[in-house]
Design a protein around this ligand. Sequence first.
Ligand SMILES: Cc1cc2nc3c(=O)[nH]c(=O)nc-3n(C[C@H](O)[C@H](O)[C@H](O)COP(=O)(O)O)c2cc1C
Length: 324
Amino acid sequence: MAQLKTTFAGIQLENPVIVSSSGLTDSAEKIKALEAAGAGAVVLKSVFEEQIGAESGHIQDSGLGADDYLQAYVRSHALNGHVSLVKEAKEGCSIPVIASINCYSDSEWVDFAGIMEEAGADALELNLLALQTSRNYEYGSFERRHVDILRHVKKVVRIPVIFKLGANLTNPVALADQLYANGAAGVVLFNRFFQPDIRTDSLTFAQTNVMSNPCELADRIRWTAIASAEVPQLDYAVSGGVHGGQGIVKSVLAGASAVEVCSVIYQRGNGVIGEMKEELSGWMDEHGYASLAEFKGKMNAWSTGDVNPFERTQFMKYYGSYGE
Ligand SMILES: Cc1cc2nc3c(=O)[nH]c(=O)nc-3n(C[C@H](O)[C@H](O)[C@H](O)COP(=O)(O)O)c2cc1C
């Protein structure tokens, strides 16, 4: 029987299926159920910088000089909920619990990272998902912000720090290299953006594609295959479009140590975790692999020979023959 153990960001996991940050991981009960269903680890629902800021920032000036105190109180109250979640999850489960912060500035999150570590989180996932839309955007500043946040967080925590990147970076490989140089233990490729749509009947805005589609996996495979070849010292997890055991196999072949999954669990329930693991171990048995390490990175960008399909961008050949 194939061995599914893996190491991601320096943490030992019984298997590579990490339930990613989402509403699936926002309570200790849900996390216990995910552990019972066979998850290898969980990433808790993110603490959003805007959310904490908004909860404490909406306090009106009372004129009594107590507003700073009140803001600090509300902020700490909002944070306490997340601290309790870490503590309860750690008390009730034995799988690793990764705390998640969605941040875009690098000030108070440093304190919060320390608080999460103290609460018992096994690792911290930083998630800097933001579109750069300013006309005055200075090229490279978004990437620098990742590194600045990481450096500040690394000054206060000892637990492994993982960076979950957005898919909108010009060169995730160079950023992964910078993150590794500044102490990151792992990188997740990639987070997904909220996708706005327009209703043509009512001319209002809607959201579309809240859940991912298996087609989204290809782009993750591309970048994992390139980044894991170029910056092999980092651990990688694929997130986005892993909807079955084959998705895990492809991710590991590309160089990932784990996958972070959520849409398929929303759609099919916790039982899908066991099915994915069975499909993975079935494939391993069929191909004679006893452990993930035996095929991890076997199909990365260094395995491709002279023509690297991962760096190909044009369709010329396919356009020419498509439909013939
Ligand atoms: C309903 C929902 C809520 C999510 N909330 C978060 C979140 O709080 N923090 C985060 O980093 N990612 C969040 N995500 C993104 C997922 O963690 C995951 O990276 C993404 O959906 C791709 O994985 P999938 O294809 O398995 O869904 C959320 C996704 C969904 C569908």
